[in-house]
Write a protein that binds this ligand. Sequence first.
Ligand code: FE2
Length: 232
Amino acid sequence: MLFRQLLDPETSTYTYLVADPIFGEAALIDPVLEQVDRDLTLVKELGLTLTHVLETHVHADHVTGAGLLRERTGCQVVASMKGASCVNVHVRHGEQVRVGGLAFWVLATPGHTDDSLSYLVGDCLFTGDALLVRGTGRTDFQNGDAGQLYDSITRVLFLLPDETRVYPAHDYQGRMMTTLGEEKRFNPRLAGKDRAAFIQLMSGLHLPPPRNLELAVSANRACGLPAELSQH
Ligand code: FE2
């Protein structure tokens, strides 16, 4: 499996290129509109064909590159049944997306948003904003629900092996990955906290809304392209 972690420094968003070098097929997870040229250059340099964009959720802090990538490459855009209607493939918990010989297992992990998915390929878990390094996504907008997020993390993600490598959609302190075992032990929002304590903690965060929340969400519901350009 070929793997690259890419950063959009403006929004601290991680995009992941995951490919099967034998088949020459690649997926981009959570691409950012402003980084589409960078990402396509890398795909081309590595001799790959972009077949899929996998969205973990409708983002509120940046605009997705999915629509532009689809326009440029003809790739399929994959997201939750509850996600943006502009995507080609709506998936649900337990389904599989195949990229060359790679199988991406879809795990529904709602709570940060109601459409949040995680993707598991081999021992790599892409958690979007459900589980972050020593943190979690916020739960105070986009149908977020702290109790649901606690259940997604503890009853879905934490059932996977402790060694599972976790790649989040963001980190604001330069941390690039973690493992489930580490997060069980050291995540300050989860370690030693029951469901009620987690809900209480999340309701007391009082975070400022992201810049451009409304703009980003409405753009992302159109896959990052103005409605008239969106193909689906
Ligand atoms: Fe998010």
